[in-house]
Design a binder for this molecule. Structure first.
Ligand code: ATP
Ligand code: MG
Length: 393
């Protein structure tokens, strides 16, 4: 294998005792994502190196771009720790770059080496200046950084590093259940929870025949796009038609959505508990619609004990859209298929629902029996991350 990528952990380094666990998890996540490539991954206390074949480099970098827990990455060169050899090789690689100004930054990782980092900076810089015309040192704002890591026997150098996604390695925080609709907000919510290390499964409520199979396909596509970041996930497809029809027949129209959402929360909690998901995650955003006022959130949240995480609660819609575009869910989300929350929408949904009234209305339906039946009839599929990459192999 002739090429190496360096990975820096960043935020992980602040994690004290958990550090080892974090690094192991990041290592396993990367190893799993790269299982179809011939690579050798070396993990160290503050860095990881991926030795690979150059022809796979672009694909491997694409995988790293969707991996949480990576602060930065760079393509590095490895040479023997020998001053002349290092200078020559740096010069050779540097000649392929187009720049006017540079700065050398050396890290002497083996303190028994005789030359200090400062002195080594000078040795390399003067070698470059002697052998190239029209280029200058700029210590404040260089176009190219030449970063050198001196180890006892071998040395790494690289020119520019790229920002990774940051966050924590997926699964470090346990599992959560994402309420995934076909909208813009919930995929973004899932992505943001994943960024904090939450491994996600997803739950989707459908009301066939009022909602279509196209709407389901859209949610499956969104789940696939998320699995690029979160890895394989379960998608629970929940048939809510019967319960929804009961609600529409028996309950005052202003309370339809509030009650429907209370039911969705109850079912989500039950499925989460069964599957060891520790929290629910959804795309609610304060004040976005009637069911997302603070009073509505109280009336809806009241039916479950499980914590509910709302990663986009405080984001403006435009901020959410920006992230949706960045993670490539936006174009799918705006496909015009109906959602069970958007069919039979009342003209005047209640903005400040009363919990007492919710409880009174719910006495009109045998929701416990219906929920039991719905959970039994839930269809769980596994969404594989691999499908997304198959075209790259
Ligand atoms: P939009 O981007 O259009 O607002 P949304 O997905 O946020 O879409 P809302 O009606 O605002 O839709 O619903 C709020 C949240 O409730 C969603 O983000 C999602 O987490 C959850 N939700 C809504 N409908 C469903 C559904 N059919 N299945 C699963 N979760 C749903
Ligand atoms: Mg929304």
């Amino acid at each position: 294998m002739n090429s190496i990528i360096l990975i820096k952990y960043g935020e992980l380094t602040t994690k004290g005792d958990n550090r080892k666990e974090f690094i192991n998890l990041l290592y396993n996540n990367i190893k799993d994502k790269l299982k179809n490539y011939d690579v050798n991954i070396i993990k160290e206390h503050s860095r990881m190196y991926i030795e690979h074949h150059k022809e796979n480099q672009k694909e491997i970098i694409d995988v790293l771009k969707t991996t949480f827990g990576i602060h930065a990455y760079a393509v590095v060169y490895k040479v023997k720790t020998d001053n002349d050899e290092i200078c020559e090789e740096i010069l050779k690689q540097l000649k392929k770059e187009n720049f006017k100004t540079f700065k050398v930054e050396t890290k002497r990782r083996d303190k028994t080496l005789p030359t200090t980092s400062m002195d080594f900076n000078k040795i390399v810089a003067s070698h470059i200046l002697k052998n190239c015309n029209d280029i200058y040192v700029d210590v404040h704002n260089p176009e190219v950084y030449i970063k050198i890591e001196l180890n006892k026997d071998y040395t790494y150098f690289y020119f520019n590093e790229y920002k990774g996604l940051g966050g924590y390695p997926v699964a470090v925080a346990g599992k959560g259940l994402l309420m995934l609709s076909g909208g813009i907000d919930s995929p973004v919510a899932g992505y943001l929870a994943t960024k904090r290390g939450v491994k996600i499964d997803a739950i989707y409520f459908e009301a066939i025949p009022h909602t279509s199979l196209d709407a389901r396909e859209k949610v499956i596509t969104l789940a696939k796009k998320l699995s690029k970041y979160s890895g394989d996930m379960k998608l629970h497809i929940v048939p809510i038609t019967k319960l929804q029809e009961e609600i529409y027949q028996k309950i005052d129209s202003t309370y339809l959505i509030t009650i429907l959402r209370r039911m969705m929360y109850r079912i989500s909690e039950e499925i989460a508990r069964k599957n060891k998901n520790l929290v629910l995650i959804n795309g609610e955003s304060i004040g976005q619609v009637a069911s997302q006022t603070l009073t509505s959130m109280n009336a809806i949240n009241e039916v479950v004990k499980i914590p509910v995480i709302r990663p986009v609660a405080c984001f403006d819609k435009l901020e959410i859209i920006d992230i949706a575009k960045q993670i490539d869910t936006y174009d799918t989300s705006i496909l015009p298929y109906e959602d069970c929350c958007t069919i039979f929408v009342p003209k005047h949904p209640v903005i400040n629902p009363k919990i007492d009234r919710c409880i009174e209305y719910e006495k009109l339906i045998d929701y416990e029996g219906l929920i039991k039946e719905i959970v039994q009839n839930t269809n769980t599929i596994t969404i594989k991350n691999e499908d997304e990459f198959s075209d790259l192999l």
